[in-house]
Write a protein of this length. Sequence first.
Lengths: 141, 100, 132
Amino acid sequence: MSLQRAFAIAASGLTAQRTRMESVASNLANARTTRTPEGGPYRRQAPIFVSQPLTNNFDDMLGSSLRAVRVDSVATETMPPILRYEPGHPDADESGFVAYPNVDPVREMIDMLSATRSYEANVTVVRGVREMSGAALEILT
Amino acid sequence: MNEILRINPVEIGELTSRAPRPPSTSGSFGEVLADAIRSVDGLQHESEAAQSQWAAGEPVDLHDVLIKIEEADLAFRTMMEVRNKLVDAYREVMRMGSGG
Amino acid sequence: MKTILPNDGTLAVLRTTLHQASVRAAVAASNMANVDTPGYRATEARFPELAPGALPGVRLDRTDSEHFGPSEDGPEALITEGPITRMRTDGNTVDVDLEMTRFASVQGRYKAASQMVRKRFALMRYAVEGMK
């Protein structure tokens, strides 16, 4: 059962890291979005990861000790927007400032690399567990 | 035939060492064989139970299921070999009897 | 009641190895899945040492249904916080390179032990049936 558990945990990691990648993609795509349905400029999205026991059944000592990862929510950052003086811009305020999203492309790229690396780590686990199951199957003669 | 029944089951006695019980020196071939068959049956049941549990997604390790399958298979083959040897021995004795 | 099969200490050791490797793989998976979870502490699996001379995996009579193993897999794992080899500002202590190395190592052990179990059964079958 431990191997199936490793699969389940790695799957939770893959889902979490993919959510993170989607946030990065959203942040980069909207780095200059000044208009949103909620009003005001786009605000940076960041997923909140929490670890949770694989099972809440405390009779299952191993299952309740192992931790999967879950995306609790995708938080909208409250950092103040960056104001640029562009009086000609249709979204400029009365003093001529336009509020741009507080998205730093360099930070997003670093986040993307980190998410890719973590995603790969979980892929390695999935591959490894698959190989281990294959080895177990060879016990049958 | 009574002579055969009184022979001590030396080889099978060694095979029974897995179970924590006093060595039975008085067991007849019949008893030993019945024990062996019960043991094979028990292992088959264990193997089947493990397979059902695994198929139902219960917390069992894959290697444990596969090892139980192999154990049941090996026990069955062992029993068949013992049976074959017994049948051979019986035929041999019968042949000696009729051949004079 | 396995009276027809010999009491195979080697097989018992291999079963324990398989079990412990799969638990360690799950623990490494857990740590790698939580590599970006703030405040997550990396864990490790510990297995109680067996009494000297005791064979792992030998079935003991369970005198009380509330008792946990020792099962055929050997002693139960204890999952504890491991030593901290690196700590990030968010309080996460997972060292992903260490976990990768550990995972590769237990994967190798698991595969090797499976092969040994396979060979063990082949040998026992040969002992029973001879060359056929």
